[in-house]
Design a binder for this molecule. Sequence first.
Ligand SMILES: O=C(CCC1CCCC1)NO
Ligand SMILES: [Zn+2]
Length: 369
Amino acid sequence: MTTGYLWDEIFGWHDTGSGALFPADPTAGHQPLGHHVAHPDTKRRMHELICVSGLIDHLTRIQPRTATEAELTRVHTAEHVGRIRRDSELPKGGDAGDGISPFGKGAYRIAALGAGSAIAMTEAVVDGTVDNGYALVNPAGHHALPETGMGFCIFNNVAIAARHAQAALGIERIAIVDWDVHHGNGAQAIFADDPSVLTVSLHQDRCFPPNSGLVTERGTGAGHGYNINIPMPVGTGDGGYQYAAETVIGPALEAFAPELVLVASGFDPNAMDPLARQLVTSRGFISLTETVMAAADRSAHGRLVLLQEGGYSPVYVPFCGLATIETLAGVHVLDDAILPVVGGMGGHDLEPHQKALVDQVAELIADVH
Ligand SMILES: O=C(CCC1CCCC1)NO
Ligand SMILES: [Zn+2]
């Protein structure tokens, strides 16, 4: 198994400002903090663990590249792309669009490199340079809509990769699986009326965006039935995530038979994450990865691309990322050193209310062809 890997040091230079979660504002009580929750150090630490553990020696390095404006505007409006480009030239940068997603001067170059890197990894997988791959890009993208960024996202990397695969790589049917703990609202909206792209989001029920990601959101028009939301109850651990993977994600992808599987890979379901309340450990991410690998093997010649989204625990995201990429590559180099702490906590058994939610969603798979 050859697994591609992509990281660029400039992803570690994405400036998320001096606020903790919101920009510092004494009048509102927002105190400055050395590290914004989305500070790139968490992703840099993941990259460094991949290197120091030796996993990097089992991976094929794929070169990043910058997305062209034409590639960005397959998904985004020219106005949004233009505004990000302009505000990125300001001395203090600007905001992606929702007032809580600050970026520094030069952010356009970083975000366009992230989107272009999603394309580069997808090209490497589709042309057979590698069997599957992981692009550790920053900033995240899965909340971004055609006309605006939001939730720390500027450009929707996974949607841009999907549209590129369709427009330039001869791929028609694509499944996007989003296991970031926050709803994958961006891909859901972008592909809402498009039955050629199945979007599946596994997330904490109504965590972010507010009241988004409900089971009833199924897609529109010709795309009805090709959006599946799995809003897991707060406090779900490995058992609930594994059941969701086996009962919904695997069967939905089997029914859809994609030619390419893209994953919005957020590690913020992790048991130590500050921006959600799930209990997932590296075991849960291994189970999810095995599920999408099996799906890709069944219908996509193994073609599978994972793109980094959220994840805010500098302690645990690196180990969850390591375990995920080990699984992609079929190797094991280092045990999860945090698992002895988080793996023994209560909450990892499948609970009846979690099973009921997943079983309810599983009935929707009948609409997927
Ligand atoms: O990880 C994220 C960012 C979520 C935060 C954005 C504002 C509050 C929660 N999205 O996947
Ligand atoms: Zn997230």
